[in-house]
Write a protein that binds this ligand. Structure first.
Ligand code: UT7
Length: 327
């Protein structure tokens, strides 16, 4: 188990075509472009078309990640999808994507940790690859958050968007270098506190109301938890690996709010030029936000092979966590 490393072989992402601007929202509800930009940093978000599902977004992101890795679905033996907005209660979105990609072998399942989903799923996938149980995985964060928003609630509907991001992860033999020096997943740190459910949740579910309900949030309470808990998750993980904010090449945070990104980076001593922010263009895409932001920065040439990247997220549950990867 200790002689394997999980490498990021490819990255991809997909955003639906439809862009919804702050001004469009301001024409429908009591809000303004100025308020949304000032309080969140969000200028626009992408919204899935009628009939376009989470698996549709995930399939596109997965195809792009496979192309980037120079691999085909035949090379993959595990699909893990992080989502809060599955196509169906069952089957899992991962098995829907498995069928759509024409994969007739291996295994596929979903991970549900809301906005922390990608960090949780990365941790689970890394562990499965390191045991040798699977060799190569598609790890996908995909969401259609627009489907669980109350579009009359200005305190939440302006914040979220739809999209998907994906990684191809490969189990490889570790080189003799120190674990944090070679490319791959260095470590992850997961936390949750279910007592904080009321701060961010949906008003329903199949077993309680027979419907998904709508997202509700006590925004400023979640904001305070986000800054404190994310900072703690990142500090703990870096300390475990003998690293500091100065060692990090890129900070790839969950894209909930520009003010949270900045506050956390400042606490950790990470220079603002190292922060990957897509919140202005994507809004909060929940489990898709970290791989989407990562892919944008890979595509525009900022994140390069060998760079040390620190990921984090916090979401409903509350759940939160961090991960260190060398690309
Ligand atoms: O991904 C999961 C994790 N989620 C997060 O991390 C989100 C964390 N929370 C936040 O990002 C912020 O708390 C929000 C952006 C949600 C809200 O910002 P805030 O500075 O905490 O505002 P607030 O909730 O304290 O509300 C301030 C005022 C209120 O009016 P009054 O009571 O002061 O008169 C709200 O009614 O802003 C009002 N307001 C709005 N005004 C215009 C709330 N939403 C809007 C809106 N447009 N869309």
């Amino acid at each position: 188990m200790t002689n394997r490393v999980t490498r990021i072989s490819g990255s991809g992402s997909y955003l639906p075509d439809r862009i919804l601007t702050n001004d469009e929202l301001a024409a429908q509800i009591d809000t303004s472009d100025a308020w949304i930009r000032e309080r969140t940093g969000i200028a626009q978000r992408h919204i899935a078309a009628e009939g376009q599902t989470t698996s549709d977004l995930g399939v596109e992101a997965a195809r792009r990640a496979l192309d980037d890795a120079g691999l085909t679905i035949a090379d993959i033996d595990l699909i893990v999808v992080a989502t809060t907005t599955p196509d169906f209660v069952f089957p899992s979105t991962a098995t829907v994507i498995q069928a759509r990609l024409g994969m007739d072998h291996g295994a596929a399942f979903d991970v549900q940790a809301v906005c922390s989903g990608f960090v949780y799923a990365l941790s689970v996938t890394d562990a499965l690859l390191k045991t040798g149980q699977h060799k190569r995985a598609l790890l996908i964060g995909a969401e259609t958050m627009s489907r669980i928003l109350n579009w009359e609630d200005r305190s939440t509907c302006v914040l979220f968007g739809d999209g998907a991001g994906a990684w191809v992860l490969s189990a490889e033999e570790a080189s003799p270098e120190a674990a944090d020096r070679q490319p791959g997943v260095i470590g992850s740190y997961l936390r949750s506190d279910g007592r904080l459910k009321e701060l961010l949740h949906t008003t329903g579910g199949p077993s309680s109301t027979r419907s998904s309900g709508y997202l509700v949030m006590q925004g400023n309470a979640v904001f305070r938890h986000a800054v404190v808990n994310i900072s703690e998750a990142m500090t703990t993980l870096m300390r475990q690996h003998g690293l500091t904010g100065e060692d990090v090449d890129w900070f790839v945070p969950h894209q909930a709010n520009q003010r949270i990104l900045e506050a956390v980076a400042k606490r950790l001593g990470i220079a603002s030029g190292k922060v990957i922010s897509t919140v202005a263009n994507h809004g909060n895409t929940s489990a898709a936000s970290v791989p989407l932001a990562f892919d944008v920065a890979v595509q525009d040439g900022r994140i390069k092979r060998g760079d040390l990247c620190l990921l984090e997220a916090l979401g409903g549950g509350l759940t939160w966590g961090s991960a260190l990867v060398r690309y």
